[in-house]
Write a protein that binds this ligand. Structure first.
Ligand code: HEM
Ligand SMILES: Cc1cc2nc3c(=O)[nH]c(=O)nc-3n(C[C@H](O)[C@H](O)[C@H](O)COP(=O)(O)O)c2cc1C
Length: 529
């Protein structure tokens, strides 16, 4: 499984482990010793990084390169894994993130999990290029990894790498996909466990996650017959954007965990099929990269997480405007992150705790959060001020009363959403919220200056039609596009849209309508909702 020229390294691992075990009784020392002992025995997979047969650590840790950078051994790096003395290696450089960890937008926990290690692969899957450059002052570079050890790290393969390669080799062409659920099935085999954990899971008991899809099964059609449905037009227009079907790509973070192009693959697929994409604030690719991959005239919305420091938010909004964002989608259901229990369990499996012990309290603690616990309706005006002329959408509305408030506060649209079941467990499914809007606030439906979008659990063309019958302008899909791109990049995204278009067309014909604006509540039986 591992590259061959490492027998010497195996011996070195044993030597280092012995030396460490006898010379150090510190926690850090015993943790490293454990790692090296495991390495000597064969391999240890820690935090997605395989430690196996590392070459002998250089005794002289203060060697410097020709460029004057200090050479740091993996052994030395491994000592800096705790809050207060926390280093990570990215692209062969070692960064001291001890201070930055307390304000890292991704939180303290992930840095502690990856502290004292090479985190290159995961880092690039999460952050757009230039991230480190932007933070040079806060994240000092303390040296470079010993080149010999770096070469060994680069050559290592894990059991997971093998599993994914085998799955990819046996993957059929994209035309073998006949429904969106196929993408999910394939993606599970193609993704590293930590990525599957991040994408697929929901909050707490996953009640909201399950109910998002389940509710569609309790809504039935009342099809009408003996009508001419020969020519069907599935297209629509919203926020000044034409769309081939009433579907858009909901913003999802970290698309780069599953395939190297990340969100750019989605952009290409969306461009080829004529649908709109909203890019996440925490996308793996920057808005500049996404815009560069977009077709002429292809519009991209940008999603914003409000930062407790509004200056940071102002900068982020202005950057997005400068990069050509079509609209700003404020996510309002994320004042704090939901407790994603299944994700934590799967991550513990993917990323065993050192010494087999559970994570310490410190490692479980989140610390600083880039999410703002002090949002208010006035933030709509704040965003508008810094994105003049752009549509402002409030995403994450979970009760009909807040739809009315968003309208009053001048939002151009809302997204009924519970964040794909990842935030408040048992937050009612967006389809129920839409149903409540019909009952309690029909005056905000079908307005020229106010759109209602919905996302969560939409998996088929008939789901889309049900939402439109209740007055949604268009619906967003999150996970299906991630999974489609995981298997086949932009071709997967194209295929997903084609499947939805086919299903919407068939559904409209069988329902007795030829244009999406003909859809209405008269086509539904919601008595079992
Ligand atoms: C080395 C210096 C690092 C810097 C300067 C840095 C910077 C950032 C920034 C600016 C964000 C916000 C995302 C954005 O604005 O695009 C972020 C988010 C994040 N970072 Fe880092 N980061 C660093 C290291 C790491 C490492 C080593 C990891 C883990 C391997 C990590 C994991 C994350 C995660 C999980 C998020 C949150 C993304 C989300 O919520 O989806 N970061 N980081
Ligand atoms: C992996 C993942 C990451 C997400 N990241 C974001 C995000 O960065 N910003 C945001 O507003 N919503 C985010 N969401 C929520 C989606 O925008 C959307 O509400 C949800 O995925 C819809 O549910 P679905 O996945 O069942 O289609 C994310 C959802 C998932 C599954």
């Amino acid at each position: 499984m591992f590259a061959r020229p490492l027998a010497r390294a195996a011996r070195a691992g044993r030597t280092s482990a012995r030396r460490f075990a006898s010379s150090s009784t510190s926690v850090a020392g015993s943790r490293l010793a454990t790692r090296l002992t495991l390495a000597a025995a064969g391999a240890a997979v820690i935090a997605g990084t395989t430690y196996a047969f590392l070459p002998q650590a250089h005794a002289d840790a203060s060697r410097i390169t020709k460029a004057g950078e200090r050479i740091i051994t993996l052994e030395e790096l491994g000592k800096h894994w705790q809050a207060g003395s926390l280093w990570v290696a990215v692209d062969g450089k070692v960064y001291d993130v001890s201070e930055f960890a307390n304000v890292h937008p991704g939180g303290l926990r992930i840095l502690l999990e990856n502290g004292g290690r090479d985190a290159t692969k995961l880092f690039h899957a999460i952050h757009p290029p230039n991230t480190i450059k932007k933070y040079t002052k806060q994240v000092p570079c303390v040296g470079v990894i010993d080149p010999e050890e770096l070469a060994v790290l680069a050559s290592q393969r894990s059991a997971e790498d093998d599993r994914i390669e085998t799955a990819r080799r046996s993957l059929f062409g994209v035309d073998s996909v006949v429904g969106l659920s196929d993408f999910e099935r394939y993606a599970k085999d193609l993704l590293p466990l930590h990525a599957w954990a991040y994408y697929s899971t929901g909050a707490d008991t996953e009640g909201a996650l399950a109910e998002n899809t389940a509710i569609f099964r309790r809504i039935f059609f009342r099809p009408r017959i003996m009508r001419d449905v020969h020519d069907v037009d599935t297209s629509t227009e919203f926020l000044g954007v034409k769309s081939s079907i009433p579907v858009y790509v909901a913003p999802t973070a970290r698309n780069g965990l599953g395939q190297p192009e990340g969100e750019v693959a989605v952009t290409r697929g969306a461009g080829a099929t004529g649908i709109f994409q909203v890019l996440s604030h925490y996308a793996s690719r920057s808005l500049d990269e996404v815009k560069a991959a977009a077709r002429e005239g292809q519009q991209i919305g940008w999603q914003l997480y409000l930062n407790p420091d509004r200056e940071r938010s102002r900068e982020a909004i202005e950057d997005a405007v400068a990069a050509g964002a079509h609209s700003i989608w404020i996510t309002a259901d994320t004042v704090t992150l939901g407790k994603r229990e299944t994700e934590r369990r799967l991550n513990a499996e993917a990323n065993p705790a050192p010494n087999g012990k559970p994570l310490s309290r410190e490692r479980q603690r989140f610390g600083f959060s880039a999410h703002d616990t002090r949002m208010s309706w006035d933030d709509i005006a704040f965003v508008r001020k810094h994105a003049p002329g752009l549509p402002v959408i409030v995403k994450g509305v979970g009760a009909w009363e807040d739809v009315v408030l968003a309208y009053k506060y001048g939002a151009d649209a809302v997204v009924l959403s519970n964040h794909g079941g990842r935030q408040l467990d048992f937050a009612q499914p967006p389809m129920k919220v839409l149903y409540d809007v019909n009952k309690n606030a029909p005056q905000v439906l079908h307005r020229k200056n106010f759109n209602i979008f919905l996302d969560g659990g939409v998996r088929t063309g008939t789901d889309v039609l049900k939402a439109l019958c209740l007055g949604a302008t268009a619906v967003g899909l999150g996970r299906p596009f991630i999974y489609a791109a995981t298997g086949w990049g932009s071709d997967g995204v194209e295929k997903a849209v084609q499947l939805l278009e086919e299903e919407i067309t068939i559904g409209m014909q069988l329902l007795g309508v030829t244009r999406v604006d003909q859809l209405g509540p008269q086509y539904l039986d919601t008595s079992k909702i």
